[in-house]
Ligand binder design. Structure first.
Ligand SMILES: [Zn+2]
Length: 95
């Protein structure tokens, strides 16, 4: 039987990660997991979870907002601007 490369725990061939230390047996799976974590970090749900988990909701909310604005690229700002103008033009024509 093979062993976990990190902690030496006996590994089952059907396992994809070590039940003892949580290390993935495959580098690819590790990358996928990392990617999923990164994705959750930038999603609205991930942000809400982080805000709710922190002790000071008010402060966490401000920090999230700051990081959101800092993370916005010029392209995203432009897209938002175009959407805003479009909606504005629509409202004007309807009125
Ligand atoms: Zn292990």
């Amino acid at each position: 039987m093979k062993q976990c490369p990190a902690c030496g725990h006996e590994r089952n061939n059907t396992d994809i990660r070590c039940p003892e230390c949580g290390r993935f047996y495959s580098k690819v799976l590790e990358l996928i997991e990392e990617e999923a974590l990164n994705e959750e970090k930038s999603t609205f749900r991930g942000r809400c979870k982080r805000i709710l988990n922190s002790g000071n909701i008010n402060q966490a909310m401000r920090a999230e907002l700051a990081s959101t604005i800092a993370g916005l690229s010029k392209k995203a700002v432009f897209a938002l601007f175009v959407i805003f103008v479009f909606v504005f033009a629509l409202v004007i024509t309807v009125l």
